[in-house]
Design a protein around this ligand. Sequence first.
Ligand SMILES: Nc1ncnc2c1ncn2[C@@H]1O[C@H](COP(=O)(O)OP(=O)(O)OP(=O)(O)O)[C@@H](O)[C@H]1O
Ligand SMILES: [Mg+2]
Length: 262
Amino acid sequence: MIRVVIANQRGGVGKTTCAVNYAWYLAGKGNRTLLIDTDSQGSISVMLNLKPRNFFNQFLIHKFHLDECTVKVTDKLDVLCGNKDTIQAESAMAGAVVRELALKIMMEPYESRYDAVVIDVAPSINLLQSCAMVYARNVVIPVDMDLLSLNGANAAYDMMRLLNDLIKANIRAIGLMPCQVDQRLSVTALVQQSLQKMSEMFDVPILPAIRTDQTVNKAFRARKALLDFDPNSKAAQDYLAAFAQITAMIEASDGQTQTANV
Ligand SMILES: Nc1ncnc2c1ncn2[C@@H]1O[C@H](COP(=O)(O)OP(=O)(O)OP(=O)(O)O)[C@@H](O)[C@H]1O
Ligand SMILES: [Mg+2]
């Protein structure tokens, strides 16, 4: 099973675009896929023009059945949307024992229904991000061509390491994904150099880059996933290459884990 969280503490780097399109990609390959929005901005419902009856908060805190909270987008793709009530979920969980396990525990009864779960998180260090990392154990870190985005990537990586040290969560970074890449801008080369250093220091690969492409914004205005709106666009083609690699890496590591558990 593929479980992955798309994280970077910096805002606007392309987390939600990546999460929505990776979920779309996996569903398109025939995987029963669940896309979860743990961000109180509720961007996924806006991006895909969804009108859920219930949201992430009702699922996690009020223990509603998952079916009462998800929206079926395609035959293979369900979405659990976030909204501003997610802020209440954070505070409701604050004092709970083993709170980092909350999402893992809530998802357990539904595991057999899905082949893939993709999780989008907020651009901040918060408890829900930890819950998402502990549950998914695979983290993709999008980095846009802005130096602060590298700080955000660092913060996501530190959080992973902390959870691994403190609760043996066994989380790993699948890769750093350069996003909104425009080679004409001088800052791009600078960020790419720093990204290379970060990749070597953390021993985390750099994934195929996603070029800046206005089709991403057009797809957003049309309230569609980019891969649905224009699969031949530059950014869509880049995403396809990156997603193939992410999937292969997660499947390879799952195989190793299974062998190790035999
Ligand atoms: N490859 C691209 N080319 C052009 N624009 C892009 C590209 N990728 C993302 N964008 C645009 O960048 C903006 C931020 O993207 P997105 O919402 O995916 O980032 P985010 O990291 O989820 O943001 P937040 O931290 O606020 O949740 C959006 O307007 C999106 O359309
Ligand atoms: Mg987002």
